[in-house]
Design a protein around this ligand. Sequence first.
Ligand code: SF4
Ligand code: ZN
Length: 314
Amino acid sequence: MPVPARDRATCSRCRKAAVYLQRATGRHLCAGHLGEEVEARVRNTLADDGISLAGSRVAVALSGGKDSTVLLSLLHGIARETRDLDLVAVTVDEGISGYREETLRAAAAVTARFRIPHRTASFAELFGESLDRRVEGQESRACSLCGILRRKALAVLAREEGADRIATGHNLDDEAQSVLMNWLRGDRDRILRDPRHHDGGEFMGRCKPLRRIPEKEVALYGMIRGLFSPMPECPYRQTALRGEARAMLNAVEQRYPGTLERVVEGQCRLARMAAGRILSPPGRCERCGDPASGRICQACRVLEGELFRTARRP
Ligand code: SF4
Ligand code: ZN
């Protein structure tokens, strides 16, 4: 949860009461200036990543959680002042009982509020089985499997909706955790891959407009704008390596504010150096035609039982 600034602190940009201490810069911000800064940073991120949304149809990956809800709201604001920017929200119901039901309701409510068309599909409909069922007996791998199949599901939905690009709600903390996890796994290709996903080339484009906004700021922005109430957490969340990476990075960020940003920026520099020299662009999966680093993409390997094979209930 966001750390509120001390009661007496005033905004570094005006005299109003501060609601947030931005530890990386040492500045206090009031609700108005925090909101302004988040909105400006999203616009700057898109510009710096070379992304123009004018004239495009963007599929916003909306889980109904805080990050994607804030993303939808910010893009809704940008769409009002961008020529021919068309938004569609796409939601994947992985089938996680006790968690998804509430976030699906929230996703439906926020798209109705902004009058944005909304498309939902479940793992069961798309892949024949819910996540809960698929990960039985190997719950600690739920996030890896979920990530691979959700990415595939979003691509299917975005294509069916005629989108040019998928926008996802990854925040700065998510991005730094991914960098650390890639190193911990020794995954050379992912270590060198550009995390910004700005250009799809022959594939659908992607973008991460929140990738420079810390999770705390995303949460506080959402509260300030009245976008959501607290949601349940996914029951699989802490079982993953991501949970460990999060704890490590939070501890270092606490002692050395600005670490998350430096980790992500370092990764971007490395990827720029590697582009076209060490890492070749992805090819096409022989089975489904989606991007793949080998002959067959990970989603097809999961669906064919070549990855994450498990004993099933009778
Ligand atoms: Fe999927 Fe893991 Fe996120 Fe849960 S925490 S929705 S299992 S990626
Ligand atoms: Zn494939």
